[in-house]
Write a protein that binds this ligand. Structure first.
Ligand code: NAD
Length: 367
């Protein structure tokens, strides 16, 4: 396989230092909402250069080309032309979810480093393909699960690992919204089609489920649950994504997790929004909102597990380039990206099949 020169040199500190002033030629495929944000993140990096942008929609492509004008990127409507360009070393994939796997696999196989938006696939087979390509090509792979780069979360989870709440026993998490994603055409034109987005659980809750996996330190062994289209029946017309999920997960290390998702939690009803309550033998913590630890002992007062941190807007993107240039670990590597996607897929399959589904039935070895 013909790898670009810089990536071929990874592993040698001297070589990396010698290359560190170079700007990594980068392409962004899919320049919609998220792709535009990623593009601005790439522009923010001193060690990156936007060499190409790609979108099938001319208006999106023009907008991206204008935003990146100072790098003078080439524009494409056919993403395979980017794969064919030998000079491009890093690719961001921000297309609708069902396209991620084929694009990520092709980019990895052509020797490029890949930042792939979450979920990395919407089926177990897609995830398996990305795992295989990432493992065999050994390029840097980063899933767009940017919470992995939040300082406050990293500190809180490190303290939990060190025993701050005792043994982790159970997690109760939710992602509730006050409204459905917009029906006026401003949402992705792929979103309401479950075969393209995977549905709320796979497309959005993958972030929350990743956080659960992270703090539990394992992946689920099985899942059960129910879901459906409870409120937005055929709204918008042809809708195939659920608006409600109620799930239970049993983890390989014995931790139990329950997760709910809906899009009709009134603003004034308590306990809305998102939380990840982690219950341990000494106390509990809500990871998403405050990272305060609430001790079990009757008289003890809550204490901060991690100080509120100023999170850098593009920390996850910087970490991706650090992994390329400095050999530091990818903050959301293939194991993390695949495990998060598969956790969501496991939950989705349990709801669709209305039975208990085992992790091993997904047939993907995440390593
Ligand atoms: N990490 C996060 O927090 C976060 C936030 C928002 C979205 N996302 C993810 O980013 C991805 C994109 O979401 P979005 O909201 O930007 O959607 P979007 O619809 O705004 O953008 C997707 C873009 O991909 C383009 N596209 C479709 N098919 C293509 C193809 N074959 N070749 C090239 N371009 C193609 C579309 O024209 C569109 O411009 C999704 O996977 C979503 O889950 C992640």
């Amino acid at each position: 396989m013909n790898f670009p020169r810089r990536t071929f040199l990874i592993g040698s500190a001297a070589s990396l230092a010698a290359q560190s002033s170079a700007q990594i030629p980068t392409a962004v495929i899919g320049t919609g909402n998220r792709g535009s944000y990623l593009l601005s993140g790439v522009m923010d990096q001193s060690n990156a250069k936007v060499a190409a942008v790609c979108d099938i929609k001319p208006d999106r492509l023009d907008k991206a080309a204008t935003a990146a004008a100072k790098h003078n990127p080439q524009t494409y409507t056919d993403w395979r032309k980017i794969i064919d360009r030998k000079d491009i070393e890093a690719v961001f994939v921000a297309t609708p979810p069902h396209l991620h796997a084929q694009m990520a696999v092709a980019a990895l196989q052509s020797g490029k480093h890949v930042y792939c938006e979450k979920p990395i696939g919407v089926t177990a087979a897609q995830v398996r393909d990305v795992v295989k390509a990432a493992r065999s090509t050994k390029r840097v792979f980063t899933a767009g699960q940017q919470m992995r780069s939040y300082k406050q979360l990293n500190e809180a989870i490190r303290k939990i690992r060190e025993g701050a709440i005792g043994d982790v026993l159970m997690v109760k998490a939710q992602r509730h919204a006050t409204a459905d994603i917009a029906h006026d055409g401003t949402s992705g034109d792929w979103y309401f089609d479950v075969s393209k987005s995977g549905g709320y659980l796979i497309e959005q809750s993958v972030h929350n489920l990743d956080l659960c996996n992270w703090v539990i330190g394992a992946h689920p062994s099985k899942a059960s649950g129910f879901g459906g289209i409870q409120m937005y029946k055929n709204d918008p017309p042809g809708r195939t994504i659920f608006d409600c999920s109620l799930l239970n997960f049993d983890y390989t290390n014995g931790v139990k997790m329950s997760f709910t998702q809906n899009v009709y939690h009134p603003r004034t009803l308590p306990s809305g929004g998102q939380y990840v309550y982690v219950y341990g033998s000494k106390g509990a913590v809500d990871l998403i909102t405050t990272t305060m630890m609430h001790p079990l002992s009757r008289d003890a007062k809550p204490v901060a597990l991690a100080e509120k941190a100023e999170e850098s807007r593009h920390a996850h993107i910087t970490a991706f380039y650090d992994a390329i240039t400095k050999g530091s670990p990818s903050p959301a590597d293939i194991t993390i990206g695949a495990t998060a996607a598969l956790t969501a897929i496991l939950g989705h399959e349990a709801m669709v099949k209305q039975t208990v589904v085992s992790w091993k039935d997904l047939g993907v070895d995440v390593g």
